[in-house]
Design a protein around this ligand. Structure first.
Ligand SMILES: Cc1cc2nc3c(=O)[nH]c(=O)nc-3n(C[C@H](O)[C@H](O)[C@H](O)COP(=O)(O)O)c2cc1C
Length: 385
């Protein structure tokens, strides 16, 4: 008997919700909110374009969960104040009316804040690397203070309140941002966590903070509200980082993920390459191992606008969903273009440089369009002979 392999336009169920296809917009910081972290109408248009363009789900940029310890960037939106919740309420309506599932990514920067003078982290250790100039803020990370048990409880409580705010704002769920070197990842990574209490040492202890966040958030939100988790090996400030123990570490981490029972696991490849950031020397992949060990959908990421790789991940059981980042900036209608076999606009780094802001992307597209119309004005046939 032949078994039908999944294709891009098959539906899939996540936390009881049906997604119309396998394409999800990856979370992307755009530093385009007001100085008070309130999302704007321009952000509403930005998110709605993905929904109109056929994405089954959209994950928001990382939203901070409190005003004092979690903020990462200037003009980052939050999910804390009544004004922020009201701003998001307008945007969720615009996205969801297209049948698209909209998730809020809850983000705590920990030691990697680019705006807070006093930062908190598992241990007092200077972060590697430098902040990204394209998302604004300081040009050096501050030395963080080690979190006390009270600080940890406060951080968990703030995730819970932010999740309640996500419900009030009309999101379909939240994604706990445990990837890319931010606070939950600072707990999980041995070199940023030198604690000797129940949050340090074994993988189980280093995952405890994330597990506590997931459990507390789950208890606070209504049934049917999606609670997902994003993890990664690479970090914004250490792109080449891989788990030293390779697949053995993946198995140890996913055992803890299974106990914490998120509705899905999203494995990020911040450096933009699933192959480089998810494949191990033995030929297995972190997304494939996760899919075998967990009974929830797994989202793969990293250069998956390469459609032949993306299709292979689905048909070889290495992913249920594909998250698209930079190619979605270049093509908000990525799924529709794929469906109808239309050419994709190649992503250009200038779309998010010198700033990752929406304004910068708009200027890039306007200038490119102007340059194209100018070159068509002066076609060779116009030149004097
Ligand atoms: C401008 C920009 C901002 C990003 N911000 C976030 C973020 O807020 N949260 C997050 O988890 N990942 C963030 N990422 C990482 C992306 O979600 C994704 O993992 C990365 O772009 C690789 O996917 P791609 O090859 O499809 O672009 C960001 C990436 C870009 C390009």
């Amino acid at each position: 008997m032949s078994r039908t392999l999944p294709s891009f336009f098959d539906t899939v169920t996540v936390g009881g919700r049906r997604l119309n296809n396998r394409f999800v917009v990856a979370p992307m910081t755009r530093v385009s909110a007001t100085a008070d972290g309130v999302p704007t109408d321009a952000m509403g248009a930005y998110y709605e374009a993905f929904a109109e363009g056929g994405f089954a789900a959209v994950i928001s940029e990382g939203l901070y969960t409190d005003l004092v310890a979690s903020v990462a960037n200037p003009n980052q939106p939050g999910l804390v104040t009544p004004q922020q919740v009201e701003g998001w309420r307008k945007i969720t309506g615009r996205v969801r009316r297209h049948g698209t599932v909209f998730l809020a990514q809850l983000m705590h920067a920990g030691a990697l804040s680019q705006v807070l003078e006093h930062t908190l982290a598992p241990s007092t250790l200077q972060p590697l690397g430098k902040p990204s100039a394209s998302s604004g803020g300081y040009d050096a990370f501050r030395m963080p203070a080690a979190m006390t048990p009270d600080d940890i409880q406060t951080a968990v409580d703030c995730y819970v309140q932010a999740a309640r705010n996500a419900v009030a704002a009309g999101f379909d769920g939240v994604e706990i941002h445990g990837a890319n070197g931010y606070l939950p990842d600072q707990f999980l990574t041995a070199y940023t966590n030198h604690r000797t209490d129940r949050y340090g040492g074994s993988v189980e202890n280093r995952f405890r903070f994330t597990a506590e966040v997931l459990t507390a958030v789950r208890q606070a939100v209504p049934a049917g509200f999606i609670v997902g988790l994003r993890l990664s090996e690479s970090k914004v400030n250490h792109l080449s980082y891989r788990w030293e123990e390779g697949p053995a570490m993946a198995e140890a981490v996913f055992r803890e993920v299974k106990k914490a029972a998120p509705d899905y696991l999203h494995l990020a490849a911040e450096g933009g390459s699933w192959k480089r950031e998810s494949l191990y020397a033995d030929g297995r992949s972190s997304t494939g191992i996760a899919r075998q060990m967990l009974n929830v959908p797994v989202i793969a990421n990293g250069g998956l606008h390469d459609l032949s790789l993306a299709e292979t991940l689905l048909t070889t059981g290495q992913a249920d969903l594909l998250s698209i980042g930079r190619a979605a900036i270049a093509n908000p209608d990525f799924p529709e273009k794929v469906r109808w076999g239309k050419a994709l606009v190649p992503f250009h780094p200038k779309m998010i440089k010198p700033s990752v802001s929406l304004d910068n992307t708009r200027v890039y597209f306007r200038e490119t369009a102007e340059a194209q119309s100018l070159s068509s004005c002066f076609s060779p046939s116009d030149s004097p002979s």
